[in-house]
Design a protein around this ligand. Structure first.
Ligand code: ADP
Ligand code: MG
Length: 287
């Protein structure tokens, strides 16, 4: 599909045939659509439709999502393809990931084998290290925003949803307003403290834990309870679910879920962790 002509910068919604809804979010929905501007030219895309009324004074966020993504090129980061608007809506078109959300694969499988978890987490961290090298914080890494390119069990995946991503002025800039998703947001976010790229590393730690056992590392459903669990300094690996998981995997998770962001692994460091570099865990590795 690289042979297709690039669409003209101005086009009308008429060129898109809308198909089924892929997902819904706070500002609108994402639908599968076919771009067919003329006879014989066709391309399937994911069309994110954002209601201008719902984003109101916040129109900048649409441009933020677009501008953050436009400069990026990584196999595990969704490609933005085009954008346009109508009187009451903004439209962003993305490369279509037909394999569904990581969220659904966790639901289907219950949990991942260690090898499958490594394959998944390695790609997510590779993309995240690339983002951080470009001073971009995603801030909303979670299984709903990680999509498989194809339906194959071993499909590559992409990080999507840059709706609250931020481009830092410099690597040390700290963000002040709390943003993210309950259950995946880092303790410094929950505590309303200044935060930076390390929030993504925390979220990846939560995802890795969840993949390996099928449940979340922190279980409280209120903010203060959750914060207490997160900052306790001890991650629970319940024998019944974790006895067959390698020590290296647990070590990786412990280093990602360090409450103090300064002591938490960076994405670049995480990519070098033995769990991700040494292939499969051996029996001798079990603890
Ligand atoms: P929101 O900010 O509303 O969460 P997302 O960008 O996460 O918006 O999109 C919502 C959902 O739509 C995703 O969780 C996913 O299921 C689906 N989706 C988004 N982008 C794509 C895409 N490029 N290909 C396939 N599905 C997508
Ligand atoms: Mg989303």
């Amino acid at each position: 599909d690289h042979m297709l002509p690039q669409p003209p910068s101005f086009k009308k919604k008429k060129e898109y045939v809308l198909e089924e809804v892929l997902g819904r979010g706070g500002f609108g929905k994402v639908v599968k659509a076919t771009w067919a501007p003329s006879h014989g030219t066709k391309k399937e895309v994911a069309l994110k439709i954002i209601s201008k009324k719902l984003v109101k004074d916040n129109e900048g966020i649409v441009m933020d999502e677009l501008n953050v993504l436009k400069g990026l090129d990584h196999p595990n980061i969704v490609h933005v393809w085009d954008n346009f608007e109508s009187r009451d809506k903004f439209y962003l078109t993305f490369e279509l990931a037909v394999g569904g959300e990581l969220f659904d694969r966790i639901s289907e499988r219950g949990k991942f084998t260690e090898k499958d978890a490594v394959d998944c987490i390695r790609q997510v961290i590779s993309a995240t290290a690339y983002l951080h090298a470009h001073h971009i914080v995603h801030r909303d890494l979670k299984p709903e925003n990680i999509l498989y390119k194809t339906r194959a069990p071993d499909s590559q995946l992409v990080i999507a949803d840059f709706g609250i991503a931020k481009h830092l002025e410099n690597p040390d800039e700290e963000l002040l307003e709390a943003a993210g998703s309950f259950g995946y947001a880092a303790p410094e976010v929950l505590a309303n403290k200044p935060h930076g790229t390390k929030v993504d590393c925390w979220s990846i730690g939560v995802i890795a834990y969840t993949l390996l056992c099928g449940y979340s590392p922190f279980r409280s459903d209120d903010k203060m309870g959750l914060l207490k669990e997160m900052t306790r300094g001890r991650i629970m690996f319940h024998e019944r679910y974790w006895s067959k998981v390698s020590k290296t995997a647990k070590d990786f998770i412990k280093e990602m879920l360090v409450a103090d962001p300064k002591k938490r692994l960076t994405a670049a460091e995480a990519l070098q962790h033995p769990w991700l570099t040494s292939g499969q865990a051996t029996d001798a590795d079990l603890s």
